[in-house]
Design a protein around this ligand. Structure first.
Ligand code: ATP
Ligand code: MG
Length: 648
């Protein structure tokens, strides 16, 4: 794959940028050489009730890992996201809501956001919620979801948002893990023209979560749902009874803000714990600089609030910056594959942030859907969630960005709170498929799988981070041992990301996939992302997932699941063609052993390919597929099993 294709920032991007290329180098050097001074200054972007005098107090030393930022500072995040903007922005739109059904929308000003969040906070208080209590939120993508998280932040309660699509078992598991006594939900949600019975799922979950004694139900579709006396209350009824204003609770910088269970691509979800001061500094700064956000911009992140991307880059980061953030209830394919582009034109979106899974799906549907829309408002595109294949990057750049908009590929994790490796649009030239360079304060290192530090610029191996950054998770909720053993034990002195990467001669980072997914074929290490990108580069392939399986001669063989473009049929001739194609793109060593055409791939509900399951099918060992509770569409798996290629 060509590392040589380089896109310089446009003259326009250079002219408006917060950080120029020269400033990036100087600021980066300062951020790692003088973190105390650098972050003391950056902390000023936040309104503190008591500004911090202690900046950084962190240790990655196993088994005494401890991470504290701004530890004597006092602040409230909801006041930072709302109250402080009121003097200048009361009538500015904070949230644009676009409903699942075309034609449904809402525009919520900062004044209205203030009113709604104050009232919501008082409802929670009236239900007995106190500072430090955990509140489970199981809401669809409606404005109440944003009000609910900000209301928790206002009173110092710790929210745990669960994607409104998870099964009752997943809900109760998460409720019990953090011992929350209250759940906020809605009667039903809407997605892709269908309704989702949320209250019903909660009722079922609570049979296994006896600790919950309150359920607050937001009326959304108006469906008739049973209400358990003494336990369930309608939000609107309670809201009518409480005072309009709620003073924001003074919070210590290291008080917990939220727990979020990771998406579960690799195993049992972990309760990632984030705290207050460092997190808000990190998400507001990364949002402003990476998206080059300026007053008046309309910004749209298509993630769900149930994922960290929704937390950091729909709610907290943008609102801390006084931005206008668009919240979308629906899916890219409903009513048809042009929905995203219609919404972009309708709301004059300037910055658009989505995931490779959506881009590849829209690619598979054909370019004509995007080509019909000029989208003159668009200025910048972003990607997150998986490695973006260079082919998908180019498609996005051409058909959505019209070769005019920059693309920022942001590498980060639930654990990191916000962006870690990402271009800054006016400062860092981009290469399709590379997340490029570290953000300020982030020190990536590449280790060999055995743990040897790769000091030369050009290197390949395991991606670790050398020192703490303010947005870092502080612990696994209730299990600091698991936190330390997961992230700090294997490569001592470093944070272990779990991802593999390649660093090229220009110091650019290319994420090659999860370390656990790296293939070892005849002694050669091959990243799954590389083979997938080669396959996706073939004009007939929309999406691909590659895993290894035991192979008598090579040790591991390469098993490829391939989803074809709409209207293409898979046959043996195409398999041969694809084999030759990969040989040509990467080399004979990466030649696929088995190819299975698959109409759909198993994905987590956040849209990531679940290779764990694909590996089992490839190994012809699908008796125990492990935890499949985070799978979006379990029926996909049956088809894969039926058409598996390795029958031993
Ligand atoms: P779990 O940790 O439960 O297995 P998960 O890792 O999918 O789930 P997230 O925190 O949502 O949960 O995802 C972070 C991971 O997503 C990263 O470790 C990386 O593998 C992948 N990822 C995210 N953004 C990018 C990107 N821009 N390029 C490459 N990979 C990315
Ligand atoms: Mg992960």
């Amino acid at each position: 794959m060509s590392d040589q294709l380089v896109f310089e920032p446009s003259a326009e991007a250079k002219a408006r940028t917060w950080v120029t290329e020269e400033q990036y180098e100087a600021m980066y050097a300062r951020s790692v050489n003088d973190p105390e001074g650098f972050w003391a200054e950056q902390a000023k972007r936040i309104d503190w009730i008591k500004p911090p005098t202690k900046i950084k107090n962190t240790s990655f030393e196993f088994p005494n890992v401890s991470i504290k930022w701004f530890e004597d500072g006092v602040l409230n995040i909801s006041a930072n996201c709302i109250d402080r903007h009121l003097p200048q922005r009361a009538s500015q739109v904070a949230l644009i809501w676009e409903g699942d059904t075309p034609g449904t929308q809402d525009h919520i000003t900062y004044q209205r956001l203030y009113d709604e969040v104050n009232r919501f906070a008082n409802v929670l208080k009236a239900q007995g919620v106190k500072k430090g209590d955990r509140v489970t939120i199981y809401l669809p993508m409606i404005p109440a979801a944003a009000y609910a998280v900000l209301a928790c932040a206002r009173i110092g309660a710790v929210h745990s948002v669960i994607f409104a699509g998870f099964s009752p078992d997943s809900i109760s598991g998460r409720i019990n893990d953090c011992e929350s006594k209250i759940v906020i939900t809605a009667d039903e949600g809407r997605r892709g023209g269908k309704t989702i019975a949320l209250k019903k799922a909660v009722d079922e979950a609570l049979q296994k979560s006896p600790g919950v004694d309150k359920v607050v139900v937001v009326k959304n579709t108006g469906a008739d749902v049973p209400m358990a006396g003494g336990r369930d209350v309608w939000y609107a009824d309670e809201a009518a009874k409480v005072p309009a204003l709620c003073e924001p609770e003074p919070m210590n910088a290291e008080d917990p803000l939220f727990i979020l269970y990771t998406s579960g691509s690799t195993g049992k979800p972990k309760g990632v714990l984030h705290t207050t001061g460092g997190y808000i500094v990190w998400v507001s700064m990364t949002h402003q600089l990476t998206f080059d956000y300026r007053d008046g911009d309309i910004y749209w992140c298509t993630a769900d609030i149930g994922w960290v991307t929704g937390h950091s880059y729909i709610v907290y980061g943008p609102l801390a910056n006084g931005a206008t953030s668009l919240m979308f209830e629906g899916v890219p394919s409903y009513p048809d594959a042009s929905r995203f582009w219609q919404v972009v034109e309708k709301h004059k979106v300037n910055i658009f942030y989505t995931a490779p899974t959506a881009i590849r799906a829209l690619m598979g549907a054909g370019p004509e859907w995007a080509d019909k829309y000029e989208m003159p408002s668009l200025r910048l595109l972003g990607s997150v969630g998986e490695p973006i294949n260079p082919e998908a990057w180019m498609w996005y750049y051409k058909h959505v960005g019209k070769e005019r908009c920059g693309v920022v590929d942001t590498w980060w994790q639930t654990e990191t709170g916000g962006f870690m490796i990402t271009p800054l649009p006016g400062a860092i030239p981009t290469k399709p498929g590379s997340a490029t360079k570290p953000f300020f304060g982030v020190q990536p290192v590449v280790l060999s799988p055995e743990g040897r530090l790769q000091e030369q610029t050009k290197a390949e191996g395991v991606l670790c981070i050398k020192d703490s950054w303010p947005g870092q998770m502080r612990s696994v909720y209730g299990d600091h041992e698991r936190f330390m053993s997961t992230y700090f034990q294997q490569y001592q002195g470093y944070y272990f990301s779990g991802d593999g990467c390649r660093r090229d001669e220009d110091g650019y980072y290319w994420i090659t996939g999860r370390v656990d997914d790296v293939l070892n074929v005849s002694g050669h290490r091959i990243g799954t992302a590389e083979v997938e990108s080669a396959l996706v580069a073939h004009p007939k392939v929309a999406e691909a997932a590659v895993v290894g399986y035991p192979h008598d001669i090579k040790g591991q063989g390469i098993y490829c699941y391939v989803t074809l473009m709409t209207g293409t049929t898979g046959d043996d001739a195409l398999k041969t063609e694809l084999r030759n194609w990969v040989r040509k793109e990467i080399g004979p060593i990466a030649s696929p052993d088995l190819i299975q055409f698959a109409p759909g791939l198993p994905k987590t509900r956040s849209g990531k390919i679940m290779r764990r399951i694909l590996r089992k099918v490839a190994e012809d060992d699908f008796g125990s597929l492990g935890d499949t509770s985070t799978l979006a569409d379990p029926s996909v798996v049956e088809d894969l099993i039926e058409h598996r290629q390795n029958r031993g």
